[in-house]
Each structure stands twice: as C-alpha cells, then as structure tokens.
Ligand binder design. Structure first.
Ligand code: PLP
Length: 437
C-alpha cells in the first residue's frame, strides 16, 4: 500500500530497511509504525520547529502528533531548548537531589489543585504503575478497576482486555502477561457508570483504586459523558477506594490545571507524563501529602529510580509549565482548534464524507462515522477504519502528519498559526476527496 503514496520518501524507506534489521519492526514504540494504516515505512524525522516537522527526505508536515502529546508549545520552543542546553552544560545526572526537582514539584502543586506532594518518575507507564502500587499499599486492598479502551502504559496489571459483557475480570492483553497478574484487574465500560457500580457492588471491599483517563485519548478522543467522572468520585468515596486520574495525556493539555480542573472533579491520585517533561522522558505521581507519604522513604511502599527527577527533564518541564500556568497557551490554542475543526467538518461535508470531530482543551479526535457523538469504545471500533487509513495517507501525501492509527487522539500546539491551519485544510480537501473516491 505504501508504494502507491508519495510520502514518506526514499531516505525514510532506506532508514526503515536498516531499522528493521536491528530493531523489532523498525521502531522503538509500536505506535510509530504504519501497521494500522496499511503498512510501509514511517517518516523518519530529521528536525522540527513550531507546528512543523521535517523528515529525512526534506518533506515538511504540519504535525498533529506532537511527540504523542508533550509538545503543546510547539517543537523546539526557544525557552525549553535554552533551559535544557544550560542544564546540560552543568552536568547530566547526579543521583543526588537538585533544586530543579523542587521547582517542578512546586509548579505542579501550584497548578494541580489535588496535588500536595509529588514523586518524579521517567515515563507515564512508571507513573501509572506507581499509582497502582501506592493505591494498593495505602488501602491494603488488591483489586483495581479500569475501563476498556483506556491505556495506562505497558504496565502488566493494566495491560488488560475487556472480555465480553459490560463488566469482566481481566484477560491478559498481551502474551507475556500471566493471568495471575491480571486476576485482580476488573474491566468496566468507559462512560458507563452502571458497569463501574456493578464492580463495586461485587468487589467493593477489595477495590484499591479506580484508574481512569478523564478524557479517553487512546480510543481516539472521547470526553466523559455528564456525570461519569462525578459518579466515579462518589463510588470511590463511598467504598473507600482511591480515584486515580491518569492524566498522562490530559495533564496540562486539557486545561492548565489538568482535566480535573476542566471537569471540576477531584481525584485522590494523579498520574502525569508527556507535557510535564516538556518533551523529555518524565512522569510524575501526585496527590494529598497524607497519601503520598506512603511511598518510601517516608512510608513502606517501595518506589525508586536511578534517573528519576533527571535534571534535563526537570529543566524542560519547568520551562514548559511556566509558560502554561497563566492560561495564555490554552487561550491561544482555543480559537485555532475551533477554526481547524470547523474547516475539517466543512470539507468533509463538501465531499459527502460522514465525519465527526470531538475535542477537549487542546486534544481532538476525528471519526469516520454517521454518528453525532461517540462515547463508548465499541462505537469507536465501529467507525470506518479504512476511510481513516485513506484520509491519513491523503494528508501525509499533502504535508500533514497524524498519528498512524484511528485510535489515537490528535494534538494541537500554540505554534499552530493560521498558516499551519490553512495548509492543513488545503491538504484535508484533497484527503477527503480521496476518501470519497
Ligand atoms: N497513560 C496514558 C493516558 C497514556 O496516553 C500513555 C501513553 O500514551 C501512558 C499512560 C504511558 O506513558 P509512556 O508512554 O510515557 O510510558
């Protein structure tokens, strides 16, 4: 399929051939491979600036991947780059505390109302893993409740598929995850409070936490229906379980105070990643001091990391959050996203392509469907995936880069100016024509 497309070009193809010899599938994260859009070489990137990303063949693309979320300021933001360069010259890592860790922790606690105390880790996966262990250690309970279609990194206990039926016990989502490891993972239906209630009615005394993406961004972009997050809050309070918001994707993207501020629902524990590290490998877990002190060295729950609180990551995170905290970044993005989504819908209509957009803050989703709203995972799966694939390649050929899968949210940045939006809409006009053909 890729041979019929103009992009990426010969140099990406060459790198991909070499990469496949030395790396499984030629990529270091499956989300970067083109398997979900007909296969072929992914674009190998040379550099990026602002809203634009440039591949090794010199093709420019308006980028809506943004490193899968972190780049809300746009690529190579001068303040972030300078902060990293300045810190790099002072030494890369010390294995001893730095003031940078304190500064980033202070910024996080100032911006996220539910967080009084925070532990830095190296990825969103680690943040989710730590949130689960902390919840189990704090409550003395075993079971965790998650939702089908929500992704919390490649943590064994969270890499779980839903079985059939609204509420199921976990089935390992991958070979290599033993059944015993997911035996205490319950899976309910996202946006279906009844399925979560059912879990509590059956297992309430043993549920340590509910783990949820406050906007589901790993099944395209599915905001919570009215009452869903509020209902989870009530269930957790009533049964003595912790409510964990996985804000690895939504944190500082949906709102400067994270999705919890946007929706007005307060979790007990928050997992952060992506934007908190400004493009460097950083994650964080935070919550009330009373819960967080359960972690070592104040408490018995073990958690550690050679490179945790890494000075370069902290420097990038500080330079990023300092720009977000006053609200100007989100204010700049909002009208641009409105223009983009209105323009996309207009062009879909022009070509008679059934199309729906959904968004929350600075993340959005595109669905090829007749439906007027999408709230459940099965509805996402029922969308026209082949149409997405043709749209994806139509955009790529015309200079717009989306994540190569219909199940990923898309990300806009402060750098998406009118020229970037206009270029996107011109490409979309051709891509929708290809879908309609
Ligand atoms: N949680 C959510 C909601 C995510 O979207 C992701 C990654 O996309 C993760 C956790 C895992 O983060 P990482 O890839 O940094 O390990």
């Amino acid at each position: 399929m890729s041979q019929t497309h103009a992009r990426p070009g010969p140099k990406s193809n060459e790198w991909f051939e070499r990469a496949q010899k030395f790396t499984p599938g030629g990529v270091n994260s499956p989300a970067r491979a083109f398997n979900g859009v007909g296969g072929g070489a992914p674009a190998f990137i040379d550099h990026a600036k602002g809203a634009w990303i440039t591949d090794v063949d010199g093709n420019d693309y308006v980028d809506y991947v943004g490193s899968f979320g972190p780049m809300i300021l746009g690529h190579a933001d001068p303040r972030v780059v300078e902060a990293v360069q300045t810190q790099a010259a002072k030494g890369l890592s010390f294995g001893a505390p730095t003031g940078l860790e304190v500064q980033l922790a202070e910024l996080i606690t100032e911006m996220v109302a539910s967080i009084e105390s925070v532990r830095m880790v190296n990825s969103g996966t680690e943040a989710a893993m730590t949130a689960v262990r902390l919840s189990r250690g704090y409550t003395g309970r075993k079971k965790i409740l998650k939702f089908a279609g929500n992704y919390h990194g490649h943590v064994d206990a969270l890499l779980v598929n839903a079985g059939s039926g609204a509420l199921t016990l976990g089935i390992p989502g991958s070979p290599g995850v033993p059944e015993s490891v997911v035996a205490d993972t319950l899976v309910a239906t996202y946006n279906d409070l009844d399925s979560a209630r059912q879990a509590f009615e059956q297992h309430g005394d043993d549920i340590a936490c509910v783990m949820v993406e406050p906007v589901a961004g790993n099944m395209n972009c599915v905001p919570p229906v009215d009452g869903f997050l509020e209902g989870l809050r009530t269930l957790c309070t009533d049964y003595g379980a912790l409510l964990v918001f996985d804000e690895v994707m939504t944190g500082f993207r949906v709102h400067p105070g994270c999705a919890q501020a946007y929706f007005g629902v307060t979790p007990d524990v928050t997992a952060l990643g992506k934007i908190v590290g400004g493009g460097m490998p950083v994650g964080a877990v935070g919550g009330p001091a009373e819960v967080m002190k359960t972690l070592a060295p104040t408490g018995p729950v073990y958690q550690a990391g050679t490179l945790s609180g890494h000075p370069l990551g902290m420097a990038a995170g500080i330079a990023t959050l300092e720009q977000i905290r006053g609200g100007a970044v989100h204010q700049a993005i909002e009208p641009q996203l409105d223009k983009l989504l209105a323009g996309l819908n207009e062009r879909a209509q022009k070509h008679g392509v059934p199309f729906l957009t959904q968004s929350a803050g600075a993340m959005f989703g595109m669905f090829f469907t007749e439906a007027k709203t999408i709230t459940r995972f099965d509805e996402v799966a029922a969308c026209d995936l082949d149409a997405f694939s043709r749209f994806f390649h139509g955009l790529l050929d015309n200079g717009v880069y989306l994540a190569p899968a219909a199940f990923e949210a898309a990300f806009i940045s402060r750098a998406h100016d009118d020229a970037a939006i206009q270029a996107t809409l011109e490409a979309a006009d051709k891509a929708f024509a290809a879908v309609a053909a």
